[in-house]
Write a protein that binds this ligand. Structure first.
Ligand code: ADX
Length: 199
């Protein structure tokens, strides 16, 4: 893959401001960044939050790890380099969606602190809401919704987060949710409070 230098291209400014978009949609854009182990509840909560926000008249969209890897990021695997590129592309997409005025809910394992910091820098600290789905590895492995922990334990999946690849716990997330302890309703209320506090 050859990388084009920014100096080879020019940035075109449009004629519509972010303020105009915010007024049109009646909302301030933001990106919820859900991080946590496979099976922690990221996708489930992301889609519940999307439903709740839609019900409240907010334009929003979920970017989900498994889904994005079917299309945009189908050429990426699970090495630390590929995961980093996965997160970089998603952060760039989230930034564009925020610029379009949308509220984004990104649900990715995003196991490396440095990659989450990169995402925050791309999206902008003022728009970035880090949420740690802090469900324990024991619970995630017991749930094993996709049967992947079993395969990883059997050595059939390499670099599996929590088993044969690291997960670096967020140091200061805006919110920490253990889905084995907190009800979806309480989790949603806490997430909505965070968003309202930003407005
Ligand atoms: S990330 O680490 O790059 O952020 P992402 O969230 O996109 O991961 O994708 C995670 C999903 O890919 C998991 O939910 C799981 O279904 C699947 N998967 C396949 N192989 C692996 C692996 N080695 N480690 C973690 N998840 C994997």
């Amino acid at each position: 893959m050859s990388e084009q230098k920014p100096s080879d291209t020019v940035w075109h400014n449009g004629h519509v401001t972010s303020g105009e978009r915010a007024e049109l949609l009646g909302q301030q854009p933001a990106t919820f960044w859900f991080t946590g182990l496979s099976g922690a509840g990221k996708s489930t909560l992301a889609f519940l939050l999307e439903r709740e926000l839609l019900n409240r008249g907010r334009a929003c969209y979920v970017l989900d790890g498994d889904n994005v890897r079917h299309g945009l990021n189908r050429n990426l695997g699970f090495s630390s380099t590929d995961r980093s590129e996965n997160i970089r592309r998603i952060a760039e997409v989230a930034k564009l969606m925020n610029e379009a005025g949308l509220i984004v809910i990104a649900a990715f394992i995003s196991p490396y602190r440095a990659d989450r910091e990169m995402a925050k820098a791309i999206i902008g600290a003022d728009k970035f809401i880090e949420v740690h789905l802090a469900t324990s590895i024991e619970v995630c492995e017991q749930r094993d919704v996709k049967g992947m922990y079993k395969k990883a334990r059997a050595g059939l999946i390499a670099d599996f987060t929590g088993i044969s690849a690291p997960y670096e716990t967020p140091e200061a997330p805006s919110l920490k949710i253990d889905t084995s302890q907190v009800s979806p309703e309480d989790a949603l209320s806490a997430l909505i409070r965070l968003l309202l506090a930003k407005e």
